[in-house]
Design a protein. Structure first.
Length: 75
């Protein structure tokens, strides 16, 4: 399975989910400027945690890249 940014919801708050890996750009993620954000190649939006669901099982979606703490991911 791959992390997939739903191409049909290419907007702020758009769905990110698991999908069978198919090599599409909606499943390709980059780390712009070697930073801590994760950006989707297809949408150009970043992987973002909904700040209103900041708990176990909270929502992760795609959002315009803005450098906010909810877009900071560490490895």
């Amino acid at each position: 399975m791959c992390l997939d940014a739903n191409p049909n919801t290419n907007y702020n708050g758009g769905t990110v989910y698991l999908w069978k890996c198919n090599g599409g750009n909606q499943q390709k993620w980059i780390y712009p400027n070697n930073g801590s954000s994760i950006q989707n190649v297809h949408s150009g939006r970043c992987l973002d945690v909904n700040p209103n669901t900041n708990y176990n099982g909270g929502t992760v979606y795609q959002w315009s890249c803005n450098g906010s703490p909810q877009q900071a991911w560490y490895f």
